[in-house]
Write a protein that binds this ligand. Structure first.
Ligand SMILES: [Zn+2]
Length: 106
């Protein structure tokens, strides 16, 4: 079902776009769209329409917009380096993710 290799609460670093280099925690993952929402990254300005509020409460809200997963890379919680996890199997056949940098199971 979940084809994303990035999950909620993973730490990721942005590798493309205006927020390149920023790190943050994944707030939510949207596997059907291959998108993730990352804390503090890709803020989008949402204008509140004055027409809808009778001209009084026109305002600007800022909140995180989703990013395509190809624009982020998972950060290894062990060595704190951006990494693409390799898949490996334990002796009992359990599939695990392994950091290619430090070889720790992540
Ligand atoms: Zn690592």
């Amino acid at each position: 079902m979940n084809k994303l290799n990035i999950k909620k609460n993973d730490t990721v670093v942005v590798v493309a776009g205006k927020d390149k280099g920023k790190k943050g925690k994944v707030l939510s993952a949207i596997p059907s769209k291959n998108r993730v929402v990352v804390e503090g990254v890709n803020f989008a300005t949402v204008h509140t329409s004055p027409q809808k509020t009778g001209g009084k409460d026109s305002g600007i809200m800022r909140r995180e917009a989703s990013l395509h997963v190809s624009n982020v890379m998972r950060v290894c919680p062990k060595c704190n380096e951006p990494t693409r996890a390799a898949h490996s199997f334990l002796e009992d056949g359990t599939k695990v993710r392994v950091c290619k940098k430090c070889n720790e199971t992540i």
